[in-house]
Design a protein around this ligand. Structure first.
Ligand SMILES: [Zn+2]
Length: 300
């Protein structure tokens, strides 16, 4: 085993954790392709194939999925991720490499494709099972803090399984939220549907029917891309959107006098039309808008 193996894996985890601080936990593919420097050599984290081994390592460092399948198919009832072999040859170098990380208990990075070109990065993950009949590996996701101080964690089998079940439950919620956000923002071509602001860092996917309600499904048609200001104004019923996609500003706010943000950021929106996705199938659901607009009228 390459003596740098563990050091490179830990450097990858540190680099990822730095990137997440800057970009949030959904990372763009070009960033992952570029990777980081280890003793003067570039270590990318992703390549066109799903199982990826950088040149500096003997065994794979990351596994990636594409965004096509519904997320809930990814994790089995055992709380483990089912990861398909590369092709059908179980002895393909990528497959045997991944199998060796299982024997050696080496930590890996899992990149879950949310929308094309964007990944939720999870680490450390471990290959814990190999089902050659199904051509599938079983992957467990763990908590990074147990990697740093394994001695402090309770390492009994029960405790590990409880911890992993909890982690999977929180990951499911994150996948849900991140995938809703990315899909809505992509549908609106990364613009606020009220003011057309294009700064992705300032954009949110607002729920029309809140996700706390049973009807508040994480579908694009229950979402609108809004900038931070307009998201807050929409949530607090300062702005309402009628089922015909016309924008309404609350009466008392229209009557106020203040500086340019009030004037151009809010009052000028009165009577404008929502900027909509290109595909009509992604337009906000009119029943959901109506449900919401009734509440806006009550607030006004
Ligand atoms: Zn806006």
């Amino acid at each position: 085993m390459n003596k740098h193996d563990l050091a490179i894996r830990l450097a990858a985890f540190q680099w990822l954790s730095d990137q997440v601080k800057v970009h949030g936990d959904v990372l763009p593919r070009p960033l992952l392709q570029k990777g980081f420097n280890y003793e003067g050599e570039r270590v990318p984290l992703v390549a066109p194939q799903g199982i990826f081994k950088p040149r500096l390592l003997e065994l794979p460092l990351s596994i990636a999925t594409t965004p096509k399948g519904p997320y809930h198919d990814t994790f089995g009832t055992d709380g483990l991720l089912a990861y398909k072999y590369r092709g059908s040859d179980q002895d393909h170098p990528d497959n045997s490499g991944l199998r060796r990380t299982m024997t050696l208990k080496l930590p890996l990075v899992y990149l879950h494709g949310i929308v094309p070109g964007k990944y939720l990065a999870l680490w450390p993950v471990y290959v814990v099972g190999d089902d050659s009949a199904e051509l599938t590996f079983r992957i467990a996701v763990d908590d990074a803090k147990y990697l740093a101080r394994p001695a402090e964690g309770d390492s009994s089998e029960d405790s590990i399984n409880t911890r992993r079940a909890y982690i999977i439950a929180t990951i499911r919620v994150r996948l849900h939220q991140r995938s809703f956000r990315e899909k809505v923002i992509a549908a609106y071509r990364s613009q606020c549907s009220l003011c057309r602001l294009r700064h992705e860092a300032l954009l949110d996917a607002a729920h029309i029917i809140p996700d706390s309600s049973p009807e508040g499904e994480p579908k694009v048609t229950n979402g609108i891309a809004l900038c931070k200001l307009h998201h807050a104004a929409f949530d607090s019923f300062i702005i309402g959107v009628a089922p015909d996609y016309k924008v309404h500003v609350r009466r008392d706010v229209l009557d106020e006098t203040d500086g340019p943000v009030l004037k151009y950021g809010l009052q000028k929106l009165q009577g404008s039309r929502l900027f909509l996705p290109q595909s009509e199938k992604q337009w906000p659901n009119r029943d959901a808008l109506e449900w919401r607009f009734e509440r806006f009228k009550t607030a006004a």
